[in-house]
Design a protein around this ligand. Sequence first.
Ligand code: ADP
Ligand code: MG
Length: 492
Amino acid sequence: MAREDSISKEDKSNDQEGFAESESSMSLLQETVRGYEVSYLALDCIKTGESLVINECDAVAELEDILGQGTIRTTEEVKSVGQQLLLLQDQLKQVKDEKKKIIDNYTSERTMRKKYYNMVEDMKGKIRVFCRIRPLSRTEDAQGGVIAVEKIDDFSVSVDTPRGPREFQFDKVFTAEASQEDLFQDTNRLIQSAIDGYNVCIFAYGQTGSGKTFTMVGDKDQKNPGIMPRSFNAIFDIIRESSTKFDFKVSAYMLELYNDRLQDLFVSPAGEAHGQPPSHGQVRRVEIKRNRKGVVFAQGAETKEAFSAQELYALFLQACANRHISATKMNVESSRSHLIVCIMVDSRNLTNGSVSTGKLSLVDLAGSERAAKTGAKDHQLKEANSINKSLSALGDVISALSAELPHVPYRNSKLTQVMQDSLGGNAKTLMIVNISPSECNLEETLTSLVYATRVKAITNNAQRHVESKVIAQLKEVIIRLRSGQTVEDEDV
Ligand code: ADP
Ligand code: MG
């Protein structure tokens, strides 16, 4: 009995000691677990990429779930769990790094694929389309400044629509940060093509206030000149560089398409209204014709020769002074007509006498906005209707071409007649679709992007216009004979 007592006392004291020991190791364990809880929460945050809000008990329970119930008994085991955690964190970091590498590779691969796809399309003669997102305007900023347009990569843009994001692909996407120079760098090679004898057309499309005139002409004080003045400089820069091999002649006509009427901008409207002769002879009607090679020209429009970029720019300023300008709510200086600047570059190869004739058409289209939004009234409404009529005719031509329909309704408006060789014809064409980044212009932005996507599907068949020395000489002779000049033997 005494022995039994002593055993049970011993057992009791052993039990108590064991209990105290396990109590202390339990509290040590709980403290350590709390310590690890922080690492665990951090780890979970890394894993999920979210900030988790979890209370203390949940954290302990979750840790036990992961490690297994009752697995943590001694300080050593806690240490080893800690090391495992560190190891896991390390592995997770490696996995994350690898994932980032894979995503980076995928993105650059995707971008390259788009780039090569565009190059192939370009070789096939597809019209190139650039998308330019202008900066948020002050008015848009005041309306909350919600941005709905985002550039994804150099070739894609995404628009937030009520039905989710919608992606569009173009040959290049420019954001508000892109300078005029950045845009022109990608345009420059087309200027070279025009000098090489190609028919080239660059035009800007978009709602009023989206940045078409900024892109094509530049800002008012020409601190940021656009494609037109830059092209004037580029033409004469290239000419200067090639002057030992070629003889060049640069001439231009500039037109305005206003209320579906073609206006020669080298003739002042006031002079015409009073029946005064423009420079010589009587007032001429401008008519759009095409030569045998399908190249459009404006019959009756005055063509002026320029010997330097400055002279060409002076001609341009003279033309702009003759434009119809009217203020609307959307853009105080919005021009309500289409501006067409055509520069012809004739070059004669000094070595073999061949002659090439290139044409560069630069078009700043009027805006495609709806009358209600712009506050246009009476005659402005007539203008808006006629602008919309010509733009919808342009839309019909684009739809017919992109769907490869047998009949393309070019004849439905003067605008589509002027642009006939640039759309589905023999020109190298670049369209710049200008858009606003703001949510308040979402509808117009989507319309413009859908339109531009259709244009991107159109194939042109660009060919150089080069004539051999003999043909060029014969033509010269015919022109001289027609104008009553004498022809010497050596001319033929
Ligand atoms: P549109 O010709 O399409 O009606 P504008 O070219 O006149 O539009 O542009 C409207 C306003 O926005 C102008 O004040 C213009 O200077 C400004 N703007 C347009 N695009 C840009 C840009 N990329 N960077 C800075 N300002 C711009
Ligand atoms: Mg404009």
